[in-house]
Design a protein around this ligand. Structure first.
Ligand code: COA
Length: 175
């Protein structure tokens, strides 16, 4: 098995189709609408991480470059996006392995990392080293966000401290 990392602007047709396909196993929309979503949401310099077993896509995550205003402080961090594992391979540790690769990518780029998720996934991400933070308000693209914001706090830095203390967090884009 191996990881392949691809910049969004270098994604091949096949990779795009593979992402749409694996996403549609978990987020039930037609392939065409998945492809539109991927093309609209990601920016050129976002990164797609594929866990491959030869030609078979086992799991996937994207890393989006996001801007956050946390109590008037501007932060540029990575956002974990659309982590998913092919249904045939769930519960074999691949999801955690992909998260480890994503964390290494963030460390290599000296970026802090965060993610948005539903309550039921908090435990999974805690085991990957994330903590949920509880600001009064979270906005994503100026709309109220009512689920969980989690950050990786394995490496403490000013950005992480700012996010932990912030009462109002505004994220510039969906991811
Ligand atoms: C979340 C996901 C990537 C985990 O992948 P995985 O390869 O099965 O993960 P691992 O084998 O490393 O870890 C499995 C653990 O995560 C837990 N878990 C997996 N999916 C979960 C879910 N939807 N809700 C709650 N817990 C979940 C499992 O119960 C298991 O816990 P256990 O070890 O205590 O039994 C995978 O379940 C998936 O693709 N889910 C659908 C897409 C999704 O919701 N992604 C998250 C977007 S924020």
């Amino acid at each position: 098995m191996k990881f392949i990392l691809t910049n969004h602007d270098e994604l091949t047709e096949k990779q795009l189709y593979n992402i749409a396909n694996i996403k549609s196993q978990h987020w039930v929309y037609p392939i065409d609408s998945q492809i539109d979503w991927i093309q609209n949401v990601y920016k050129k310099s976002d990164t797609h991480i594929f866990l491959m077993d030869n030609d078979v896509l086992i799991g996937y995550v994207a890393i989006a470059e996001i801007s956050i205003v946390a109590d008037e402080k501007n932060l540029n961090v990575f956002g974990i996006s659309c982590l998913c594992v092919d249904k045939r391979y769930l519960n074999n540790g691949y999801g955690s392995l992909i998260m480890e690769r994503a964390l290494r990518f963030a460390k290599d780029n000296e970026k802090s990392i965060c993610l948005l998720c539903k309550e039921k996934l908090v435990r999974f991400y805690e085991r990957c080293g994330y903590v949920a933070i509880n600001p009064k308000n979270i906005f994503v693209e100026q709309s109220n966000y009512n689920y969980k914001l989690m950050i990786y706090d394995g490496i403490k830095n000013n950005e992480i401290e700012t996010l932990i203390r912030a009462q109002n967090i505004s994220i510039d884009r969906n991811f």
